[in-house]
Design a protein. Structure first.
Length: 121
């Protein structure tokens, strides 16, 4: 019966405030855990095809787990930009032309008339 008296003595506003703090701190932690587990489970060859380094992202996510704001930024960056690229490489959807190699008309291809010994008269 004494536990019922103690239960009634709990201030609902303090409990609500504690719940809000726990929720606000849990969201970055949950994102960090999700990003860390996702990065760890992707195969190394998918990271190489995506042009990313797994060890760098794992270290950044682990370091970010120590701080609230930095962890939120790093985990969000991984989940929004890096994860889709690595997942696409893992699924076989890669764009090797994006940011790699010569662009058409840049004068460095064999069929380009501006390149030395290429395609011109």
């Amino acid at each position: 019966m004494t536990w019922l008296i103690k239960l009634r003595a709990i201030d609902p506003s303090a409990t609500a405030g504690t719940a809000v703090v726990v929720l606000v701190c849990s969201v970055p932690l949950a994102l960090t855990v999700w990003a860390l587990l996702d990065a760890a489970r992707r195969p190394e060859w998918a990271w190489a095809l995506a042009g990313r380094r797994r060890v760098v992202w794992l270290a950044a996510i682990l370091f970010g787990a120590m701080t609230l704001a930095f962890g939120l930024v790093v985990s969000t960056a991984y989940l929004l930009w890096v994860r889709p690229a690595v997942a696409a490489a893992e699924a076989g959807r890669i764009d090797l032309g994006a940011g790699r190699g010569p662009r058409p008309g840049s004068g460095s291809g064999p069929g380009d008339p501006n390149s030395p010994g290429g395609g011109g008269p």
